[in-house]
Ligand binder design. Structure first.
Ligand SMILES: C[S@@+](CC[C@H](N)C(=O)[O-])C[C@H]1O[C@@H](n2cnc3c(N)ncnc32)[C@H](O)[C@@H]1O
Length: 167
């Protein structure tokens, strides 16, 4: 199946049990030359905004209480870290997901490691050697259950109170 993660109209609302996604990290590695839907052609700010559309679609298609995991890493610009992982994490939180876990995945010996290794010596910075696996979920039913429990508790205690008054 092929598609654009920002536009999944062919998938029904609340129909997916698990989303595992590994987007490009903005334009660090370009996956195509001129496919307009390719998010690896976007620079950082645009990429983060496009990920908002991915988060909205993911939120729409995921069944309540199910999980959406996203693997993201950071990058460097002008010798400084750009926390791309946390920027994308925030986009998913803004959409309404809650964060279940953050797992750290070590990464070494990537295609670009040689390039970054030389730069890290020349310009005195640390190599990025990890990515984040953010595990989100949609909490709708949990909130619903909490509300029922809360209402049940309120009703039970007021019944008890009433009973006490009566007796
Ligand atoms: C970091 S790679 C992940 C590859 C994946 N882990 C795999 O093993 O196939 C990012 C992938 O996102 C794809 N991609 C780029 N823009 C996309 C979009 N709008 N919708 C869906 N996938 C997209 C790229 O073509 C690339 O294959």
């Amino acid at each position: 199946m092929q598609g654009d993660a920002r536009e999944l109209g062919f998938i029904k609302n609340d129909s997916i049990d698990l989303i595992c996604t590994h987007p490009s990290y903005a334009n660090i590695i370009k996956y195509s030359e001129n496919i307009p839907e390719d998010l690896s052609l976007c620079d950082i700010d645009d990429f983060v905004e496009q990920m908002r559309r991915v988060a909205n679609e993911s939120y729409r298609i995921l069944k309540p209480n199910k999980y959406c995991s996203i693997l993201m890493g950071d990058t460097r610009r002008e010798k400084h870290i750009v926390p791309l992982g946390f920027k994308v994490m925030q986009v998913f939180l803004d959409t309404g997901f809650v964060l279940k876990e953050i797992a750290i995945k070590e990464q070494h010996n990537c295609k670009a490691t040689g390039f970054w290794h030389e730069k890290s010596i020349d310009f005195n910075f640390l190599l990025i050697a990890h990515e984040y696996l953010f595990i989100f979920r949609v909490l709708f039913w949990e909130l619903f259950t909490l509300k029922i429990t809360f209402n049940f508790f309120i009703n039970t205690s007021s019944n008890k109170f009433n009973n006490t008054v009566i007796s």
